[in-house]
Design a protein. Structure first.
Length: 88
């Protein structure tokens, strides 16, 4: 259970790394930012909007509000950026 904390959507002023998929969150991108105390440990992390939505959906379905950092797949729009161009 969370001791206390707050989260919400923010616009990044620099590049960050998504705690859920470890992909880059670009400067100026809207993303979820959480900070607070969870089970006695200070937390300060960020997630892509898509990763936060997937986490929220999974949490509601199984009732477990925890995740393993880096365990989520990168959102499709992020994965598409890292694909090499197709040679035609």
């Amino acid at each position: 259970m969370s001791d206390f904390g707050e989260g919400g959507y923010v616009i990044g002023r620099k590049e960050y790394r998504c705690v859920a998929c470890y992909s880059r969150i670009t400067n100026g991108e809207s993303h979820y930012h959480y900070r607070g105390l969870y089970e006695g440990e200070w937390q300060n992390w960020r997630m892509h909007r898509e990763c936060e939505a997937a986490y929220d959906k999974a949490s509601r379905e199984d009732g477990v509000y925890e995740f393993i950092p880096g365990d989520f797949p990168a959102p499709e729009r992020i994965a598409a950026l890292s694909k090499p161009p197709s040679s035609s």
